[in-house]
Design a protein around this ligand. Sequence first.
Ligand SMILES: [Zn+2]
Length: 537
Amino acid sequence: MTAADLLFTGGVVLTGDPAGPRARAAAVSAGRVVAIDEDALELGGRSVVDLEGGVLLPGFGDGHVHPLWGGVELEGPQVRDCRSVDEVVEVVARFAADHPELDWIVGGPYDPALAPGGHFDARWLDTAEAHRPVALQSADHHCVWANTAALHRAGLDRDMPDPPAGTVLRRSDGSAQGTLVEWTAMDLVLRHAPKATQAEKTRALGRSTAMLAAAGVTWAQEAALHPDDVPRYVEAAAAGLLAVRVNIALRAEPGDWPRQRADFMAARAAVATGPAASSVSARTVKFFADGVVEAGTAAMLSPYDDAPHSCGLPVWAPIELAEAVTAFDADGFQVHIHAIGDAGVRAALDAIESAAHRNGPRDRRPVVAHTQVVHPDDLPRFASLGVIANFEPLWAQLDPLQTELSVPRLGSQRTAWQYPMATLLASGAVLSMGSDWPVSSMRPLEGLAVAVTRRGADGGGPADGWLPHERLPAAAAVAAYTIGVAYQAFEESLWGTVSVGKRADLVWLAADPFDVDPMVWPQLAVRGTWLGGTRTC
Ligand SMILES: [Zn+2]
């Protein structure tokens, strides 16, 4: 018997396989796991990785992430960690001074809880840059905060009405204040900003996927892409820049979707027959059922507590959403629906139910992403319809975004309906996890800590966790970030556990997460990541 290419030993292998959850070693040849435990030690390896007392886990899958947006956004001012409006203004001012060559300053993501009600004023940004346009995206990427120059560039004056499904926040005299809510309004400004070139986008993918690999991620669901950008992924893969495998979700638009069907099928086929077919696919279609609670745009079954005339802004009429989901389902695509409010979640489930009814049974694995406010009547429908509940677990904490923006809008009853992870797991639904980066940190260990504790990294929120009955057991949380995402990817036979025959998509952590307090998971170092047996970090 010849030795394997690679032997992992000197620590614990947490296989994720209930039949043998802990092993002392794993052996890898030709990119696949070929032996576990005793058998692996017997086989030996031509090259050995000493785990130094750490653990080897299946690589994480990010079930909802935006490597292209996020990578491009890294080029602008980085205001993610700013804790006040003044700090944001300071970072933007410094960036603007450092980049006299730029015509526009475009960056993000700012914390929408930094200003009361999420209402940001153009004049604040004018103090950072008075002449060139500045546009920052909010952390949820459902708002843009623009300076006066950017508002002028957009031609936004008092007479210009709000676009459909978007809101321009205004001063008492009707002029734009500086915050644009939802895509159609954001686009009034953003469409004038220079676009990243193709080469810049391809490079951005290299940078963002390297960051994912450093966080322990080996597979990513690109959560919303225009078909024109699909070749960037293929180019990045062909250039050896793509550090994770990716499945692309193509973004369907209300009104346009009948015309998009042919383009989406062509894009899917081009990827499947192209040079990057082993690392990129495009077999999913993304829909935004609604917006976000913190901007008051998530679609609710009854009005917001702070706005008794508003139930939010559904992006699609429910009937058209059902038509479109049924059509793309008939075309063989997996559907992936952003659904945040209880009406958004219901519209998504109704659309999926209608597609299944009209198109007949098949292995379709539809995904509801974010799954934030779920009406109790809809909880059993995830399991009964076979809908994967995708969560961004980092959000399931009682942080200022909740206390300042969401709780006052939702009221106490609906506040308690948020992120029902344990309830859905117990109902038999499949859970998958993701980061939604650049909306929030891409590091799975940060999200997993919240999934298990429902507390902030700073220990914020109630001591036993926010809505503690929704805390997940540690093993279930890790499973949702590994095999749960592999199931979402239709690849549970290929990765998601460390098992003989599966791809060697692996992550090495400095310590056993099941041996330490989950509150310290964010500090656990990722020591290495392997994609198909090749080290990516
Ligand atoms: Zn997203």
